[in-house]
Design a protein around this ligand. Structure first.
Ligand code: ATP
Ligand code: MG
Length: 218
């Protein structure tokens, strides 16, 4: 409460979870656009530990994905990176991410940001009541995926009006899968990912077939 007795506005914090293997401009535009439209004070990028939907052997070490995320977001004063999932050392579930972020930001409104593809799978597999008690969800458009996912459509009317917002954002048909394929085949990833990430991929020789993968557990 300030000197004239007004309640300070609650902080608004976005959470952008992802494997970020590697982080690309699709992720960054999604976070930036949601930050703008929802007047967020901050967006926290949270690289997964072991992603629950992905084979851990096929994912780059968590430390590399964490560092690429730091490199990609460092210049934006409203972007930060959290280690909560990387340091949990077990399979990452969105509900654990949200519980930890809730603990770190007890007085903030949390907005969990996902692409159209991820939104449908998170909401079809995990416990809804707790997810929606921890954060609001913002589903952003992604080329090649239907934003109004069928699974969501049939449940949307049972949720509070602001539990899930679907947002049309500038279309960037970029995926980490395609970036990895390009790096593996020696095709350019310039302008698909930030310059520092191009350089980090090259420095660590990521995504090359001669580079045996580990799952990032040390
Ligand atoms: P992969 O191909 O390895 O699955 P990805 O490009 O889907 O990688 P993720 O780390 O899986 O990236 O995605 C993290 C989050 O960012 C997810 O919510 C995903 O839907 C969203 N996202 C990824 N790419 C885009 C994009 N081009 N436009 C909008 N959202 C995106
Ligand atoms: Mg994905």
């Amino acid at each position: 409460v300030d000197t004239v007795g007004r309640q300070p506005e609650r902080r608004r914090v976005g959470i952008m979870g992802g494997t970020f293997d590697p982080i690309h401009h699709g992720h960054l535009v999604a976070a930036s656009e949601v930050a703008h439209r929802f007047a967020l004070d901050e967006v926290v990028f949270v690289p997964t530990g072991r992603p629950w939907q992905k084979d851990s052997a096929a994912v780059s070490p968590a430390e590399d994905r964490y560092l690429m995320t730091v490199v990609a977001t460092a210049s934006n004063p409203r972007f930060s990176v959290s280690r909560v999932d990387v340091d949990r050392h077990k399979v990452t579930y969105t509900v654990d991410t949200l519980r930890d972020l809730r603990r770190l930001h007890p007085d903030a409104d949390l907005y969990f940001i996902t692409g159209a593809d991820a939104l449908a799978s998170i909401l079809s597999w995990q416990a809804w009541e707790e997810l929606f008690s921890l954060a609001k969800f913002v589903g952003v458009s992604r080329p090649g995926y239907e934003l109004q996912a069928e699974h969501l459509a049939e449940h949307l009317d049972r949720l509070p009006a602001d539990a899930v917002t679907l947002l049309e954002i500038p279309a960037l048909a970029i995926s980490s899968t395609e970036c990895r394929r390009r790096a593996r085949e020696g095709a350019p990833v310039w302008y698909l990912v930030p310059d520092g990430v191009v350089q980090y991929i090259s420095k660590r020789n990521l995504y090359r077939s001669d580079n045996a993968r580990t799952d990032g557990e040390t």
